[in-house]
Design a protein around this ligand. Structure first.
Ligand SMILES: Nc1ncnc2c1ncn2[C@@H]1O[C@H](COP(=O)(O)OP(=O)(O)OP(=O)(O)O)[C@@H](O)[C@H]1O
Length: 291
């Protein structure tokens, strides 16, 4: 099972180049697309889902030419957009039954079986009689996953599903995705580095419409081995250090000092200590176009 994206470029009518020659090959399992707001993640997801056309490039999912044969793609696709819109005042079970009929599952017993399955998988079975419009943000996102699973899609695209979820809901949601990723190709976009570290075997970092890094989280971390340096500075020293060194990130300590992480080929000076690279370093180095 593979999705192959070649030379994908999208320039909107206002001149914004949201995708700039994107090449990606995505196999089975969880693929994380990481990038800041405006990086082009939604543009890429919508294009793969055949909801908008690129300016140039091609997308193949197995033997389906996605851009030319939208109907074949949509039969095997499950897509959860960033904004799902407003849900009607209906129970989850009734609404899923309605969606299942729309997806062409005409046999009532078959619908009941698949609805029970997807409600169980998304941990919504106990609240299946409650109205979806009254669900919390995280429950709505899990309901979104339940509805897209109804036709057993081969390719699942989830666009920034954890945005706005509290930590407990986010965790629950990621666990559901983890289960699904075991048997499907799942492409999942986020701007939260920890989301992809916890979940994805393969990741790509996107910014300015360009893929800046592609590989496993570990391969990214290994590339930075021996190049991440930390030290504690006083808050007042920050500007001076920022001018002198390539600071990737900084965190306050309770005593108002700062831990800074610096990217440099060699130890900047003897006051710096080498640190194990983390995925967040890979992300920030990529965004600086340095990797
Ligand atoms: N329909 C559109 N018309 C014009 N410009 C657009 C359109 N959709 C997106 N853009 C622009 O394209 C760029 C990429 O946007 P996109 O929504 O793909 O990024 P994103 O990574 O999903 O960001 P976010 O997380 O903020 O949604 C941005 O500069 C955005 O303003």
């Amino acid at each position: 099972m593979s999705l192959k994206i070649s030379g994908l470029t999208k320039t909107y009518k206002n001149g914004v180049k949201a995708l700039d020659n994107v090449n990606l090959e995505i196999g089975k399992g969880m693929f994380g697309l990481l990038g800041p707001n405006g990086a082009g993640k939604s543009s890429l997801m919508r294009t793969i889902a055949s909801l908008q056309s690129p300016t140039s490039g091609s997308i193949m999912f197995n033997d389906i030419n996605v851009l030319e044969d939208k109907n074949s793609l949509r039969k095997v696709l499950g897509y959860l957009p960033q904004e799902f819109g407003v849900y009607p005042n209906m129970s989850a079970e009734t609404l899923l039954d309605y969606f299942a009929q729309l997806k062409g599952i005409t046999n009532k017993a078959e619908r009941k079986k698949i609805i029970t399955e997807v409600l169980t998988l998304t941990n919504l079975y106990d609240v299946r009689h409650k109205s979806v419009s009254g669900y919390s943000g995280g429950m709505k996102q899990r309901f979104g996953i339940a509805q897209l699973l109804l036709n057993n899609p081969q390719l699942i695209i989830v666009d920034e599903p954890t945005a706005g979820l509290d930590p407990a809901e986010r965790h629950r949601f990621l666990n559901v995705l983890r289960e699904i990723g075991a048997n499907h190709t799942v492409i999942f976009s986020t701007h939260i580095v920890d989301d992809v570290r916890e979940l994805c075997n393969e990741i790509a970092i996107l910014n300015g419409g360009k893929i800046l890094f592609e590989g496993t989280p570990t391969s990214g971390e290994e590339m930075l081995k021996g190049k991440i340096w930390v030290r504690i500075i006083n808050r007042a020293e920050y500007d001076e250090y920022n001018q002198k060194y390539n600071i990737l990130s900084s965190n306050f300590n309770p005593d108002n000092t700062l831990n800074i992480r610096v990217y440099n080929d060699a130890q900047p000076n003897e006051t710096f200590v080498e640190a194990e690279p983390i995925l967040e370093d890979v992300y920030f180095v990529s965004l600086k176009n340095d990797i």
